[in-house]
Design a binder for this molecule. Sequence first.
Ligand SMILES: Nc1ncnc2c1ncn2[C@@H]1O[C@H](COP(=O)(O)OP(=O)(O)OP(=O)(O)O)[C@@H](O)[C@H]1O
Ligand SMILES: [Mg+2]
Length: 261
Amino acid sequence: MEQPTLDVADLTVRFGGVLALDGVSLKVEANEIHGIIGPNGAGKTTLFNAVCGFLRPARGTIRYRGKALLGTAPHQLARLGIARTLQSLGLWPGLTVLENLLVGSRVRPNFFASLLAMPRADRLEWRLREQATQVLDELGIVSVADAHPAALPYGLQKRVILARALMAEPELLLLDEPASGLSAGEIDRLAELVGRLRRRMSVVVVEHHVDLVMAISQRIHVLNFGHVIASGTPPEIRGNREVSTAYLGEDVKTAEGGTGA
Ligand SMILES: Nc1ncnc2c1ncn2[C@@H]1O[C@H](COP(=O)(O)OP(=O)(O)OP(=O)(O)O)[C@@H](O)[C@H]1O
Ligand SMILES: [Mg+2]
């Protein structure tokens, strides 16, 4: 059996008196899109922060492709193949879109091998620019490479965020509310993009937009007050009484006619 890409077990995080996560366990398999849903304050972002080493859990383990991840510093994540987008945009306003992609991009080890014959440092810069252009093209935004992010519509800025995360060529991509603020058409496009990414990575999507999560995820975990209250396939989550009464309510019914399953 292949190792899960991400294996979180009994994760518990406290902020003073607040138990933000209480014994959360979940596995994300290779090439899986895994949805995390739950109301505000459920602990979704805290889960990402723990995986990324931004906080120290009180208890539990986090394994990435079979290796313990706790104690890994956030700046080491890109090298391991983990990339994340933040709930807020976090683009550098003074840089162009392309320059934003170059900041913090990771150079693959095999790439160094190919560079051995090339003496000049600007080859590296050239290669990274080429990669950034490819990523922008994949996301359909290569035409705005030289624009400043603040001049772009919000939906395009969100795509730049995704592009920047893809520069690391991650094997695990963590998306925190990628659909927030997007129009219905943009959400459809996002679903299609993330669906394609699955061929080369695992994706964990934290989202309030339940229809989107139902449509793109193979499996879903539902958090409430730091607890996993349900997990399973989209149809299983739709049919879960605790989820529908405790949290999703009418959303579950509207999702049924959607693009899921
Ligand atoms: N740095 C922090 N210091 C203190 N409390 C925090 C901190 N971060 C999160 N919390 C608390 O932990 C709980 C979980 O928060 P978290 O941000 O993970 O929720 P969330 O599910 O991402 O919510 P949202 O959908 O609103 O983004 C909340 O009660 C929150 O107030
Ligand atoms: Mg959050």
